[in-house]
Design a protein around this ligand. Structure first.
Ligand SMILES: Cc1cc2nc3c(=O)[nH]c(=O)nc-3n(C[C@H](O)[C@H](O)[C@H](O)COP(=O)(O)OP(=O)(O)OC[C@H]3O[C@@H](n4cnc5c(N)ncnc54)[C@H](O)[C@@H]3O)c2cc1C
Length: 303
């Protein structure tokens, strides 16, 4: 049996290469100071989906919700072997917390009706690990989190190994299912040179418009739009136009999207930088550890 997989991939700031002030005054992330990358564990989710396709046949669709710039992770997905790329982008998605993000993504997934939905376990920026499980809940399908290995896929039955940190679980489930995948699950494949050459011009509508505007600085807005439409048609014929969906196309209920759909309120963001004088060496002996635990209990950090 062939399986249709949807992989939810997120473009995230590279938290290991900060090139300026990471946070804005208002507590939001200053994305300009952080180069954007493919969320690492989403590469593992994509690799698992591509393995399923290699073994059983079917399709792999990569989907992201973000600004048009997030199309870059979709291109990366195409270079690695995904068949289809979908960008959910809409101004009304702005300020979505995890609940709204999962609602919007689940509306997108519903349109594709896949057998298996794969997510990374966690994004390295938001770091909540909530989006996968919340999507499963909204889709009304079972979820298996912390997946480290696909043991068996047979008809509508899936068996996977979960890594719980201090042990493993073998879990059997029924399709359709949502999996959240760990970084220990596999070694993500690198981009395929042939596919890179084929898909490097893949772009979403706003990217096409930006390219046309840059190449034709004297053109009016109408001229740019007309040229972008023409270029978009050409890309579509070659299968290189990254599909762009908005909330209307998803039939999304706006009260569950963006700020309105986000019950999380961030009151304050504090940047904690520990200085050397705030760190303390602990003797690597039982007495040293006992003394540290005693100290932590006394100042109510523990207990
Ligand atoms: C009050 C509030 C306001 C916010 N406002 C904004 C804002 O204005 N702009 C902004 O960019 N962020 C905003 N965020 C952050 C945003 O909510 C999170 O980035 C998003 O919900 C994902 O959560 P996470 O990063 O914890 O993902 P996790 O739950 O850790 O991600 C798990 C997995 O879910 C999938 N996934 C997560 N997000 C996406 C996505 N967007 N597309 C595809 N797959 C995905 C991936 O597979 C990922 O590995 C806001 C958060 C809060 C709390």
């Amino acid at each position: 049996m062939a399986y249709n997989c949807v992989v939810l991939v997120k473009q995230v700031p590279d938290t290991k290469r900060i090139t300026g002030q990471a946070m804005n005054e208002d507590g939001t992330v200053n994305r300009a100071a952080l180069p954007a990358i493919f969320n690492p564990e989403d590469l593992n989710a994509l690799e698992l989906a591509l393995n399923i396709k290699d073994q059983f046949g079917g399709t792999v669709t990569v989907m992201t919700m973000g600004l048009p710039a997030a199309a870059e992770v979709l291109r990366q997905g195409l270079y690695r072997g995904a068949d289809r790329a979908i960008l959910i982008t809409d101004r009304r998605c702005a300020a979505s917390d995890t609940l709204a993000t999962s609602y919007i993504l689940s509306c997108g997934v519903k349109k594709l009706n896949p057998d298996i939905v794969l997510c990374g376990r966690q994004a390295i920026d938001g770091d909540t690990a909530q989006v996968g499980p919340q999507c499963a809940e909204k889709l009304g399908i079972p979820q298996i989190t912390y997946v480290e290995e696909l043991i068996k896929l047979d008809g509508k039955t899936i068996v996977v190994k979960r890594n719980l940190g201090n042990g493993w679980q073998e879990v059997k489930g029924r399709l359709p299912v949502l999996l959240t995948v760990l970084d220990t699950a596999n070694e993500p494949r690198v981009c395929c040179a042939k596919r890179l050459m084929k898909c490097k011009t893949a772009a979403c509508g706003p990217e096409v418009e930006t390219q046309i505007r840059a190449a034709n600085p004297g053109a009016s807005d109408e001229q740019v739009k007309a040229m972008a439409k023409q270029q978009g048609e050409l890309l579509k014929q070659k299968g290189l136009l990254i599909e762009q969906w908005d909330l209307d196309m998803l039939n999304a209920d706006l009260q569950w999207c963006g700020r309105d759909g986000s019950p999380t309120k961030v009151h304050r963001i504090q940047s904690v930088v520990l200085t050397a004088k705030e760190s303390k060496s602990v003797e690597p002996t039982q007495a040293g550890v006992d003394a540290m635990i005693h100290e932590l209990i006394v100042d109510h950090t523990l207990g």
